[in-house]
Design a protein around this ligand. Structure first.
Ligand SMILES: [Fe+2]
Ligand SMILES: [Fe+2]
Length: 273
């Protein structure tokens, strides 16, 4: 099975890059499943229902979120009816929405997608490892799911790597999001799970984490109240990871970084291109 994961879509540049590239990539690479992190899709802060529909329409099968899940307050309501939109599974009980969903591919294969958030240098949520354990035991790889994708939305690479080790042999892909910077450590772990510490962002890299440069810089130089953070307005790049799984086991057999667009060193999965 061919799976593409794209990191945090930041504002219009990120959405435009997805809208322009993803339909083409989906056909060219014969993708079975696409998962996108959409926590910054609405001007850098959260997601609206119109944008959720736009990303699904461009070819996403599921959308994960993170610490910005509910920045757009309408998400508290529409997330209940958007069953492909996931907020972290370790939010407190009673939080609207869900943290995992089963996606069916055009060929009828079942992909479990799990969104979870780390706790180091982030809000104090429930234990992410316990939340992932519940999701994996409710829907085990090779039995109830043909592939499993875990988005570990976290700041600390130690916590992300630990989640990778925790899932090794039990998921197809564990990928980090949240830092907006792609890492170069994509690999298949000994148990057969593909891993990458951060997928990077889909957005304008001529920026500070996707936001126009002046205000973030000003906030580091002067500790005074300033302007609002605005999304950078240049053309966006796509960044993420491509994984091919063994259909019999659901484990990864190939993994490659994906970076397409301005400012980044472009790379595509040679095994599909
Ligand atoms: Fe983000
Ligand atoms: Fe985040």
């Amino acid at each position: 099975m061919r799976i593409l994961f794209l990191g945090d879509v930041v504002g219009r540049p990120g959405r435009q890059a997805v809208a322009e590239e993803l339909p083409r990539l989906r056909a060219r690479w014969k993708l079975d499943c696409v998962v996108i992190n959409g926590e910054n899709a609405a001007g850098g802060f959260g997601i609206t229902e119109a944008i959720c529909d736009e990303l699904l329409g461009a070819g996403a099968d599921a959308i994960t979120l993170g610490n910005h899940s509910f920045d757009q307050r309408e998400a508290l309501v529409f997330i209940e009816r958007q069953d492909k939109l996931l907020r972290p599974a370790n939010y407190p009980a009673g939080t609207p929405g869900r943290g995992a969903t089963l996606v069916e591919t055009p060929d009828g294969a079942r992909v479990l997608v799990v969104s979870v958030m780390g706790r180091i240098f982030m809000d104090a949520l429930d234990d992410p490892f316990a939340a992932v354990e519940r999701a994996l035991s409710d829907c085990p790889l090779g039995a109830a799911a043909d592939a499993i994708v875990v988005d570990m939305h976290a700041e600390a690479t130690s916590e992300k790597q630990a989640m990778g080790v925790f899932c090794d042999g039990r998921a197809s892909l564990v990928v980090g999001t949240h830092t907006h910077v792609p890492t170069g450590d994509h690999r298949i772990m000994p148990g057969g799970t593909a891993y990458m510490s951060d997928a990077g962002m889909c957005g304008d890299y001529d920026s500070v984490l996707g936001m126009a440069k002046d205000e973030p810089l000003r906030r580091f130089l002067q500790k005074t109240p300033g302007a609002r953070l605005e999304t950078a307005s240049g053309p966006g790049a796509l960044s993420g990871v491509a994984v091919e799984t063994d259909p019999r086991t659901g484990l990864a057999v190939r993994v490659a970084a994906v970076r397409i667009g301005p400012h980044l060193d472009e790379t595509r999965p040679a095994f599909w291109d």
